[in-house]
Design a protein around this ligand. Sequence first.
Ligand code: ADP
Length: 258
Amino acid sequence: MTDLLTLDRVSFSYTGGTKQSPGHVLDGLSLSIRQGEFVSIIGPSGSGKSTLFRLITGLEKQTSGRILFHGEEIEQRLGQAGYMPQQDLLLPWRTVRENAILPLQLQGMKKEKACEEVGGLLKEFGLSGYEDRYPHNLSGGMRQRVSFLRAVLSGKDLLVLDEPFSALDAITKLSMQEWLLDQWSKWNKTILFITHDVEEALFLADRIFVFSTMPVSQLTEIKVPLPRPRDFRDLAHTDIQGLKTKLISELRKMVFHS
Ligand code: ADP
């Protein structure tokens, strides 16, 4: 099977860097993501994680190297991946239903047809009874479910999620992680998930890529030895506790040596 996403010796620098932050973020980075995988990306703040997402989603263009979807280099990458940001970006003047149908309307579907299409999905996403509410009347977890529904409705195989649960309280976050895994298994999507939470990365991912100090030329890869379906109690396994300790010490070393 071809990989869904491949980075082939990708380098990237922001123009106008300073002496303290020279702007050279990636230096010949290669990686590949298989169809249907769940990959977490973890690293200290300012190590280049969001920049990698901006390159994949086409918001930035690499200085050199190639970014391939299904083995093909696509000139116009904008819109190739569904995106779920940290802040949900729901439109405050649109109801839950109207926010959910946005990607379908952008694809040219008429409003009535789009509402019909999302009816069942809103129920599936636990939003039944909230369809006519506005975002400010929803809990943080609900807003993120609408946001994820929008990413799913983008119709893209690859979903990139940038710290989507970081603003949620611990218990809501855990329920959302379980919910996300459940949805991921239903939709057959490939997920790239940025987090700075080591337990979250271990609980969700098949593989974890660890960012190091910039410029990044290689990511440390960790395979998570947990079967699926997963349950939060799996985090208590000795192997996982060992990995957690190892990851935290690596990240601490990077933060204190940078
Ligand atoms: P992370 O997501 O890991 O916190 P980023 O990808 O946001 O890291 O940032 C990586 C580096 O690039 C940082 O040094 C940051 O200051 C720099 N950077 C980010 N965005 C810009 C920009 N638009 N212009 C110049 N430098 C930037």
